[in-house]
Design a protein around this ligand. Structure first.
Ligand SMILES: [Zn+2]
Length: 157
């Protein structure tokens, strides 16, 4: 899957961990480990390459920005949660794809397989489904925002 989908799942894991544990520390430790591990599992589902680099940058940045803006309005604590969740859920790619340099400069920065296996994809998906995955990611982040907001308001009252 693309970074936006991994990131949305990471944010969902962090959100669930915080709702369950009610502890910031546990959210960072347990949620972080689960978000990191989720990458491997999610990579069993393939991704269809975006049609152009512009399209890739637009969709990937738009989804990330959406999470930043929403969580910023909730508060710095939640912004930290979501940035951390997004980061941990993509860390395997940051390492193996050399911060994505492997995509653009494969010769200089070759792809490694520390956290990926060759032929990892068990469920290849179409271009259309890849776009749907990005839309679902946007919705998922929105749901996390609403859950965290309700939780925050309940804590106050
Ligand atoms: Zn990956």
């Amino acid at each position: 899957m693309h970074a936006s989908t991994h990131g949305a799942i990471g944010i969902a894991i962090i959100t669930a961990t915080y709702i369950i544990t009610k502890s910031e520390k546990k959210t960072f430790i347990i949620g972080g480990i689960l978000a990191f591990a989720s990458h491997y599992v999610l990579d069993f589902i393939g991704e269809f390459p975006y049609r152009t680099i512009q399209e890739m940058l637009f969709i990937e940045f738009a989804v990330y920005l959406w999470s930043l803006v929403l969580m910023y309005f909730l508060g710095i604590k939640y912004l930290k949660f979501s940035v951390f969740g997004f980061f941990m859920a993509n860390l395997m790619d940051y390492i193996d794809k050399k911060m994505y340099l492997s995509i653009f400069l494969p010769k200089e920065y070759p792809f490694t397989y520390y956290f990926h296996s060759k032929n990892q994809v068990l469920i290849p998906i179409s271009y259309q489904k890849t776009i749907i995955a990005a839309i679902v990611s946007v919705i998922l982040i929105g749901i996390c925002f609403l859950i965290l907001r309700n939780n925050k308001m309940r804590l106050k009252s």
